[in-house]
Design a protein around this ligand. Sequence first.
Ligand code: FAD
Length: 468
Amino acid sequence: MAITQLVWLRNDLRLDDHPAIAQAQQQGEVAVVVCLTPEQWDEHHESPAKGSLRLKLIQTLRQQAHELNIPCHVLPLRRFSDCPNALLTLCQEQNYQQVWWQNELPVHEAQRDDNTENHLREHNIECQRFAPDLIVSQPVLNQQGQPFKVFTPFYKRWLATLSANVQSPYDLPNKQTQGEALPNEFVIPSEQSSYREDLWPADYQAIREKLWHFCHTKEALYDELRDFPAKPNTSLLSPYLALGAIGPRACLEAIIYSASQDNRDWHASVWLKELAWRDFYKQLMGFFPDLSKSLPFKPETVNVIWNNNEAGFKAWCEGNTGFPIVDAAMRQLNQTGWMHNRLRMIAASFLTKLLLIDWRKGEAYFMSKLIDGEFAANNGGWQWSASTGCDAAPYFRVFNPTRQSERFDPDGTFIKKFIPELKSIPAKNIHNPSSAIRDQCNYSEPVIDYKLARQHAIAAFENLKKEN
Ligand code: FAD
């Protein structure tokens, strides 16, 4: 029997824990397809590191598919809008009758999917669309049937929905009897990027092991240990979750299993709660299309008067603000493509409050560097920090970088790792070095006066209240 089912992979680049593949295979043997649309990724300011990881994952996925006799097509396109035609041509050439995929929620992605469905249906190709790739994929709504605008009640409802309907991950698809393996050539461009393969291998087995190792050794202590950037006590799975190399049900399964081994209640897992933030921000994208158009969630904050401070922005990007914890954070981002969550909050608060620079500039800069750059989480994190977002930090909450540094990097280990100029400075001086030390170490003077900058930031938001 010829293969008639085609599964379209997007930010769910895996073969296991994939509902569309599992269900398509029940109808018959399947092929999979990935569309490469670099123009779209450029528009999202996606980083070269993430682009390289994606290509490496596709290469590994093709090999895995090959071993299972699953044809894996890679269509090198340019734009999003090329997808409907390219998929139709592939279906017609290969005689595929049905196309299956998991929906994506941001506006442009949803539009692309609708266009593709309409186009394929017009040519008598069936489409099977699945719920988005989340732990709780159905919309989580309040009693009035409306989306939640505050995380805590969302989380309660999310957890209740999940408890009633725990889904195990799907296994790898069955080995097929036929399938013309590797039907087209796929060569990874040799362009250099900052992608660190040693840190983020594109190896599905290694990714699973990382998940299980984290859940066995660190997940129970996550709440206690997660905030200290010098020791990586978070899962470091974000690049893989962003591209879908690991699925949310696999994370849930690992949480439930390791909790059962230690006699813990998995519902109380703080790591699970962090994964709920991922669902929260993704669901928001679907409910509030303005978020995909770079608009603030709180409409009144569209009137904040941001500073046009190019020198300040440059210092922040390059890690030369003169605030060691901020600079170490930005250098970590620039050198590794990843930044610890606590530092993302400190760096974003610094840019949007103390420098009073538009959060969209920071959002785009993060995307251009992060290997885990993910539109919903990044937008959510930036709007939270800038107090423009859904359930955001209150406008008067301005992180004090020196206090944050003393609390979360008390002996300065993290700072010293990324700011070698300060490596011989004792811990008590490292969080806010004196002018003499800065001079001696050739380290920048602070670009702002913390107290004054904080007052300006609060005033900028208070002025909005007066205007309204
Ligand atoms: P863990 O602590 O192990 O958490 C597990 C997973 O849960 C993460 O991999 C991620 O998928 C999800 N998660 C955790 N925290 C959040 C959160 N606050 N919001 C949404 N999902 C979360 N995360 C991204 O994946 N991509 C981004 O582009 C991104 N940009 C951010 C920008 C800012 C300004 C802020 C404050 C946060 C951002 N985050 C982003 C959220 C968070 O910082 C990262 O998910 C986390 O640091 C990744 O490390 P980890 O995999 O070790 O996370």
